[in-house]
Design a protein around this ligand. Structure first.
Ligand code: ADP
Length: 527
């Protein structure tokens, strides 16, 4: 049985000493690689590793040998070295399957390691940080001479590691940050944003909010690897950002990453970070905002809108054909194609035809809306002469205007007035504004003004109707909104479609109104 060395491995002071070396997750270095190569050669081993024992894993600062798999770390279940660390002395196992200390280790059962010799790496102040070891894939003996070589090389490794520790960030940096007094301290403690200092890919400082965002105790996060709280799918990105912060040109960066909450849920985090120097070594300082709620709400909204648009598109296509057919049969009936109709029959079919026309208008509006929402409405760029276009639009609402006994007047100081745009879409917007002005304008005159503005143009449609109360002026551009007292029929989609079309054309549509005096809709078009 493996004795349980875990208490020693998780000893916080030992872990702090290990973190001070800055060696965890660092790139391979010749100073250490030379040692493992010598072990392989001198002991004739299949592999050699310089192993650092971290919380829950062993990290190979260096490895060499023909049989060594290309990995840089394994979980502790695979670690024969933790046994060496637990014993605190050199360990040799000639046949791992015959030795009860090693035969259940996953390195033996899964990776097939059959022989092991390891020497602990113990610092001057007594911390066992890891081991230097030799491995083989068939049972073998380790000679006294082999072990002497291993002990000597381990001493060289420890000297190198100690050198790193002296040059590394001393632990004092953190208490120093913690001891910050006065206003700054209050800001750090009370901040609604998470605040961090990261060095050597570990949290050197964090404020209470940061721990709270991850649902952790501050102690748990202190000195922990940043990757432990980053979503696995984003770790590569995070690594890139971190590298950029520490080694790239000094500038502030803003990015989003997914984090992992203690409860297992995924967090959406917005991060603002900048390069800093702490104790003479590069570090990153920054802010973390938890935007999970906002991102979730946005995603839900996007999904709902997409579902709605799919429904509109499907329903409109499916409905348009039968409604068109219905209207055709009504037309035939009204034209006496099936024999003459009695006056009351004629009246009934006419009413049915009006209802079908309204239905078709709604279906067409829904189709337009879904196309606009899905970004599938295309616009052409052609030369558009706006005065003639306005005149044609006015002619198209003539019947409606006559019904309301309403006069429509065009004012165009400059003609022709040409812009680059999409005539069909511009006409669609104007028709909507004109029919609204006629419908809701109390039969009073409607004015259409076509003016040049900069390189573009403006078309204004004004009525002298009841006007639109201020509180309703932005609402009327929302889908399906009709004001309570709106007379006649309507879908409540005309203005929202008109505004989206104006935006599609690169322009805008706004309203101004004085209650009791009238409303002016202003379509601005680019040149
Ligand atoms: P619809 O005309 O089909 O109802 P719109 O989207 O074109 O839909 O207009 C939305 C609502 O805005 C109308 O129902 C009406 O209440 C109000 N509205 C639009 N234009 C005017 C106007 N010129 N004067 C007063 N109210 C208007």
């Amino acid at each position: 049985m493996l004795s349980s060395p875990l208490t020693r491995i998780t000893d916080p002071e030992r872990l702090a000493a290990l973190a001070e070396t800055g060696l965890l997750d660092s790139a391979p270095e010749e100073a250490f690689d030379r040692l493992t190569r010598i072990v392989v050669r001198a002991l004739g081993a299949g592999a050699s590793t310089l192993t650092l024992l971290d919380r829950g894993r062993q990290f190979f600062k260096s490895s060499a040998g023909p049989a060594m798999p290309p990995i840089r770390e394994t979980p502790l279940d695979y670690s024969l070295c933790q046994q060496t660390a637990a014993e605190g002395a050199a360990l040799t196992v000639a046949d791992t399957l015959q030795d009860e200390r090693t035969r259940e280790c996953l390195a033996v059962t899964r990776l097939g390691v059959r022989a092991y010799a390891g020497v602990p790496l113990v610092t001057a102040d007594g911390y066992t940080l890891g081991t230097l070891c030799a491995l083989d894939w068939s049972p073998r003996a380790w000679s006294h001479e082999h072990m002497e070589t291993l002990v000597d090389l381990a001493a060289v490794a420890v000297a190198e590691i100690e050198r790193r520790r002296k040059g590394a960030l001393p632990e004092r940096a953190v208490p120093e940050l913690r001891a910050t007094d006065g206003l700054v301290r209050v800001m750090l403690q009370q901040s609604l944003a998470g605040i961090f200092v990261v060095q050597d890919q570990r949290f050197r400082y964090l404020n209470p909010r940061l721990a709270e965002i991850f649902g952790r105790e501050a102690e748990w996060m202190q000195d922990r690897r940043v990757w432990d709280v980053i979503h696995p799918a984003d770790r590569e990105d995070a690594e890139g950002y971190a590298r950029g912060q520490v080694y790239g040109p000094p500038r502030a960066t803003h990015y989003t990453l997914r984090g992992v909450h203690a409860g297992g849920s995924t967090l959406s985090l917005e991060i603002f970070a900048a390069r800093a120097e702490v104790e003479g070594k590069p570090a990153a300082v920054g802010l973390v905002l938890d935007v999970s709620e906002r991102v979730r709400a946005e995603r839900e909204r996007e999904e709902a809108v997409a579902a709605r648009d799919r429904f509109y598109a499907m329903a409109s296509h499916e409905l348009r054909t039968p409604v068109s057919a219905m209207m055709l049969y009504n037309e035939l009936l009204l034209g006496d194609a099936y024999g003459p109709l009695r006056p009351e029959q004629h009246d009934a079919v006419e009413r049915a035809q009006r209802c079908a026309a309204e239905l078709l208008e709604l279906i067409n509006d829904l189709l337009d809306l879904s196309k606009l929402e899905a970004g599938k409405m295309e616009s052409r760029i052609e030369e558009v002469e706006l005065v003639a276009l306005a005149e044609r639009a006015v002619a198209a609402v003539e019947v409606l205007a006559a019904e309301q006994e309403c006069r429509v007047v065009i004012e165009a100081p400059e003609r022709p007035l040409v812009v680059a745009g999409d005539g069909k879409r511009t006409r669609q917007v104007l028709l909507n504004l004109l029919s609204n002005a006629v419908k809701y304008g109390d039969g009073k005159p409607v004015h259409v003004r076509v003016l040049r503005e900069g390189a573009g143009a403006v078309v204004e449609v004004s009525d002298s109707g009841p006007g639109i109360p201020e509180g309703d002026r932005s609402r009327i551009f929302d889908d399906f909104v009709r004001l309570d007292d709106a007379p006649g029929q309507g879908t409540g989609l005309g203005l929202p479609i008109a505004r989206r079309l104006a935006q599609l054309l690169g322009g805008s549509l706004e309203v101004s109104s004085v209650v009791g005096e009238g409303s002016t809709f202003r379509l601005v078009l680019p040149g």
